[in-house]
Design a protein around this ligand. Structure first.
Ligand code: PEP
Ligand code: MN
Length: 259
C-alpha cells in the first residue's frame, strides 16, 4: 500500500514500516510546524494530530477544530510530510477529505460505530486513502476484524492499529495486546501498526515497547510527540519530547525489519 503525498515526492510503503508521530492534540500552529519539521528530520513519514478530540467527559476540551486543518496542511506543504487525523463523524470526515489529508484514522471510541465505518469506506472508494482503524479498548479479534470489514467493502487500504485494551494493571493506562495484534496481522493480511503511547499512558515505556513492536514484525508504530510534553493539553504523561523522539528513531533503526 503506497501513500503518495505532494506528487511523487514522498512515497510511503505502509506494508513495511511506518512511523506515525505527533501530538495527541493540535494546539497551536507553531506546535504543529515545529513538530513536523523535527520529526521529518528523523525520517518520520507521517505527522499525526487530533483536531476533534472525542473526550470521556462532555465538559472537557474538545480540540481546536477546523483551524487545525490549515496548520496540518501547512505542515504538509512546507515540510513534505504526510498528514493524518482522527475523524469522528460524517462532518469531520468530509472536512478532512476536503482538506487533503493523506491518512485518516478511526479512534478506539468509534470502533463499533458501523455507520461511520461504512461512510469512511464509501467516501474513500475512489481515492483508496489509507484508513487506520484502532482497536476498541474492550474489543476482541472478531470485533476488530469485523469493524475493518465495514471499510474493506469499499476501500482495501485498511491499516489496523493496536492501542492497548482495558485490563487489570494499574501502573499502565491499558494493556498492550501484541498477541492478538499478531493474530490480526496474520489472519487479515492487513498491515498492523501499534500505538504504544495510549497503551502505556506513560512516557518511560514508549521506547522499550516500540522496540518490541519492531522486533515482533509489525508494520509500524504510532507515537505521541510534543515540543513541550508536560504542558500538553491532552495526554501529557504519555507524550515524549522531540529530542526523545529522535533517540527513539535511532534506536528503532538499529533493529532489523522482521517482516
Ligand atoms: C488518540 O490517538 O489521540 C486517541 C484518542 O486514541 P484512542 O482512540 O486509541 O484512544
Ligand atoms: Mn492521545
Amino acid at each position: 500500500m503506497r501513500i503518495e503525498t505532494l506528487g511523487k515526492m514522498h512515497e510511503i510503503e505502509i506494508n513495511t514500516w511506518t512511523t506515525v508521530a505527533g501530538p495527541c492534540s493540535a494546539e497551536t500552529e507553531d506546535q504543529i510546524l515545529q513538530t513536523a519539521r523535527e520529526i521529518a528530520q528523523f525520517n518520520c513519514q507521517v505527522l499525526r494530530a487530533g483536531i476533534w478530540k472525542p473526550r470521556t467527559r462532555a465538559g472537557s476540551w474538545q480540540g481546536v477544530g477546523e483551524k487545525g486543518l490549515e496548520w496540518m496542511v501547512r505542515a504538509k506543504r512546507e515540510v513534505g510530510i504526510a498528514i493524518a487525523t482522527e475523524v469522528k463523524d460524517p462532518q469531520t470526515l468530509e472536512l478532512a477529505l476536503r482538506t487533503g489529508f493523506d491518512i485518516l484514522w478511526i479512534g478506539s471510541r468509534n470502533g463499533t460505530n458501523f455507520s461511520l465505518l461504512e461512510e469512511v469506506g464509501r467516501q474513500t472508494t475512489t481515492s483508496h486513502l489509507p484508513i487506520i482503524l484502532k482497536r476498541t479498548m474492550g474489543g476482541d479479534l472478531a470485533d476488530w476484524l469485523g469493524a475493518a470489514e465495514y471499510i474493506l467493502r469499499f476501500n482495501p487500504h485498511v491499516v489496523l492499529c493496536e492501542r492497548g485494551i482495558s485490563g487489570f494493571p494499574r501502573e499502565t493506562r491499558f494493556v498492550l495486546d501484541i498477541q492478538t495484534a499478531k493474530i490480526a496481522q496474520v489472519e487479515s493480511k492487513l498491515p498492523v501498526i501499534v500505538d504504544v503511547s495510549h497503551a502505556a499512558g506513560r512516557r518511560d515505556l514508549i521506547e522499550p515497547m516500540a522496540r518490541a513492536v519492531r522486533a515482533a514484525g509489525f508494520n509500524g508504530v504510532m507515537v505521541e510527540v510534543h515540543p513541550d510534553p508536560d504542558r500538553a493539553i491532552t495526554d501529557a504523561k504519555q507524550q515524549i519530547s522531540l529530542k526523545d523522539f529522535g533517540r527513539l528513531m535511532e534506536k528503532l533503526s538499529e533493529i532489523p525489519l522482521c517482516l
